[in-house]
Design a protein around this ligand. Structure first.
Ligand SMILES: [Zn+2]
Ligand SMILES: [Zn+2]
Length: 752
């Protein structure tokens, strides 16, 4: 039956992503904004859910063929118009189907909740009940009277609670509703993830001259016409007070009635960060929405609801918070904009920072990117005038930058102390002495090693065989705590081997070291030191990280050993020593960003030292002491690093001078994956415009991952859109076997 309405709408149905389905708009919905709304629609004989993408007039007789929308799942669009526009941009730029992008914007639980939102039935009094009325009811219907008596004016009681207290409550309440005593409503219980905590209001700090100048630049942009706005890169050394600039800028925006989105890397969404925001905006604490992966389903639901109902003024979250359905967004802050966690590695594959810039443009909002070690992409954009640059060159409170010493492990590692052969290659003598001094003085130390587990490889001494994961081309890591060999890529586990699987020799040994082994060694070296370890193995429960960090802050520990989880954002005034156990770990991977990542990590880790009134010291252990990334990090010289790295990238034709697009073909069958990569490569080069660069098809650095063989083709171009069009043309013309998956990653970060 077709509706007489003259409008139709295009619906992306969740379970039939390939279909373009048009439905008639029923009369009662004709005046509503339907774009971005969640709807229930008929599909064959069933009702399914979907998102309205566009609305258009019905042409000619087609109205008779269209089935109408069944109903709206939620009165407001879950993807407001500005976000739909963003979705279209993403679909186009990232060569990803619109349906996949839109789906990625709405959290799974919101999407799959039957009504769009999970609610509970609650009961509330509609009017005051006089004593004589209650008495009369008691004679007539004692059950109804008992329920009525238990309700207080203005307080909602859950139907479930009442049912547990009174027999046949549902029936009695229904009568009470019919007679106008009570109303039954849908209630969403608010569960503020931080509600148990008391946040005392904090006052804005006195700004340094540099901070005040940065704030002024942001304010000018806030006042500028949308067409005159430009993203601002706030480049500030560690400890220079970037967050204070954000906080004061946010306060201005809130005062003017606009809303704010703040993106932070998932890893630094620590209680320390969120508390700082909640304290500064104590007056509107309940209007700050926080989104991160550690929220329970109920909490996430509540935070989303806050945003959707227009209650949230500030949304703070990891990457996907850029899709918060907020309206009137006046400012978007991206903290630690260089972080690779802003890149999403699953469809839709996007770079959250870049998407933030585009959303800012669509909304006419000011975009503020901050970092001590900006990505070369953003840095390049300040050089070519697309972004504005503001710098904080000094630490707030005039703290000095920490002093960095490089320890050459080629000589140090060989200084063997009696009975401690291995130890010297892990903790050099200068580092051991420095830690000892801190413990004696009651100061704290952070040791950084970006590798978890006990030992990263199990090696046969006789034949040199390394034990690999049966599903991936990586070695298994030994975890002593669980006495297991574990694959860090796919999670495969097995009991440790007693004999070499190749030569059956029993001389198997554990090579190299991870945080677990270092912790053990530290306990031997510093028997009186109080030691804590932070990595994904020790921080499995939600509160563990928070508790350990709080205890460290309260100086219940002398030493903290950890992975990248402790590399950034943390502020501990009593930490005067930071040790980097192996600066070379990230340097030797085949990736043009290896040097940039090492520079960033070393600078961030070093930034944890000397944040109080005591001078900080950083010791960096390395086998390649003259590596430029290490040397520039030692001197806190971003400009020097950027200048030499940019020269190299320009000559070699790598980002930020071109965009890279990684095409990967993967399959359980090695030959098929390889064949598809080669076939596609042949087609791509057959009519390749000279402005595009293409690599030969080759095995990915990690050729096998979770039972899938992977082959890749890397393409580069100044204009990614034209290259995407070229790739699409050939992809569409080819049919791949069903068991081969081809992915296209625009502005790829992970080339392995
Ligand atoms: Zn062997
Ligand atoms: Zn594996």
């Amino acid at each position: 039956m077709a509706s007489s309405a003259a409008l139709k709408c295009l619906v992306l149905v969740d379970e039939a992503p390939d279909l373009e389905l048009w439905y008639a708009v029923p009369d009662d919905l004709i005046h509503r904004e339907l774009r971005g709304c969640r709807v229930s629609v008929p599909l064959r004989r069933r009702k399914v859910q979907g998102t309205v993408i566009s609305v258009a007039p019905v042409e000619g007789q087609e109205g008779f063929a269209l089935r109408p929308i069944a109903h709206l799942l939620h009165p407001k669009p879950l993807v407001p118009p500005a976000l739909l526009e963003l979705a279209e941009w993403m679909s186009d730029y990232y060569a990803c189907r619109l349906e996949v992008v839109v789906r990625g914007m709405i959290p799974e639980m919101i999407r799959t909740g039957s009504s769009g939102f999970k609610t509970q039935k609650a009961v509330r009094l509609r009017k005051e009940v006089a004593a004589e009325e209650l008495e009369a009811l008691r004679k007539k219907a004692p059950r109804q009277a008992a329920i009525l008596e238990g309700l207080s004016p203005g307080v909602e009681e859950l139907l479930a609670t009442l049912s547990s207290r009174h027999a046949s409550a549902a029936q009695a309440i229904k009568r009470l509703e019919e007679d106008g005593w009570v109303e039954i409503l849908d209630q969403v219980q608010a569960r503020d993830p931080s509600r148990a905590e008391q946040f005392l209001a904090s006052q804005p700090l006195q700004l340094t001259d540099e901070q005040a100048e940065a704030l002024r630049v942001v304010e000018l942009d806030l006042e500028a016409e949308p067409a005159d706005k430009k993203p601002i890169l706030l480049k500030g050394v560690t400890g220079s007070g970037k967050t204070e600039v954000y906080l004061q800028a946010i306060a201005r925006v809130i005062d003017q009635g606009w809303n704010v989105i703040v993106l932070v890397p998932e890893i630094s969404l620590t209680p320390q960060t969120t508390e700082r925001f909640k304290r500064r905006f104590a007056l509107i604490q309940d209007r700050v929405a926080i989104l991160h992966s550690h929220l329970s389903e109920g909490e996430r639901h509540d935070e989303w609801r806050k945003i959707l109902d227009g209650k949230a003024r500030i949304t703070i979250g990891a990457r996907s918070a850029i899709f918060a359905p907020m309206e009137k967004v006046g400012l978007i802050v991206v903290d630690e904009e260089h972080e690779n966690t802003y890149k999403q590695e699953n469809p839709p594959r996007y770079q959250g920072r870049d998407v933030a810039v585009v959303r800012g443009r669509i909304e006419g909002a000011t975009v503020l990117l901050g970092s001590a070690t900006p990505s070369l992409e953003s840095w390049h954009n300040t050089q070519n005038g697309k972004y504005k640059l503001v710098e904080l060159t000094r630490r707030a409170d005039d703290q000095r930058m920490p002093v960095t010493r490089i320890i050459d492990m080629r000589s140090e590692g060989r200084v063997r102390r009696a009975g401690q052969k291995e130890v010297a290659t892990i903790i050099s003598e200068p580092l051991r002495i420095a830690i000892d001094q801190r413990i004696a003085r009651g100061e704290q130390t952070i040791l950084f090693l970006n590798r978890r587990g006990y030992s990263p490889s199990v090696v046969c001494q006789d034949c040199g065989h390394r034990v690999e994961c049966p599903h991936c081309s990586v070695t298994l890591t030994y975890h002593e705590g669980d006495s297991r060999l574990v694959c860090h890529l796919c999670g495969f586990q097995r009991v440790p081997l007693k004999k070499c699987p190749e030569c059956k020799s029993g001389t198997i040994f554990l090579a190299g070291y991870g945080t677990e082994r270092v912790e053990q060694i530290l306990r031997k070296l510093f028997p009186r030191g109080r030691i804590a370890r932070i990595d994904t193995d020790t921080m499995k429960r939600k509160t563990q990280l928070e508790d350990t960090l709080n205890d460290f802050k309260a100086q219940k520990y002398d030493l903290l050993i950890g992975t990248q989880m402790i590399a950034k954002g943390l502020h501990f005034p009593n930490v005067t020593l930071v040790g980097v156990l192996n600066a070379d770990l990230g340097l030797h991977i085949p990736d043009f960003r290896a040097g940039e990542r090492t520079f960033q990590l070393l600078t961030q880790v070093a930034g944890r030292a000397g944040r109080g009134h005591l001078l900080g010291e950083v010791l960096v252990q390395t086998f390649t002491p003259h590596n430029p990334s290490i040397q520039y990090a030692r001197h806190h010289d971003f400009d020097g690093f950027a200048s030499q790295e940019m020269d190299a990238r320009r000559i070699l034709n790598f980002p930020p001078f071109v965009h890279v697009i990684l095409i990967t073909a993967r399959s359980e069958h090695e030959r098929r994956a390889q064949f598809c990569a080669e076939t596609l490569h042949k087609r791509l080069v057959s009519d390749l415009p000279p402005e595009f660069l293409i690599s030969d098809p080759m095995p990915s650095p990690l050729v096998r991952m979770a039972n899938q063989f992977r082959f890749q083709v890397l393409m580069r171009a100044k204009n990614p859109r034209r290259l995407v069009a070229h790739i699409r043309k050939h992809l569409d013309a080819l049919t791949f076997p069903e068991d081969v998956i081809v992915t296209v990653d625009i502005d790829a970060y992970n080339l392995s």
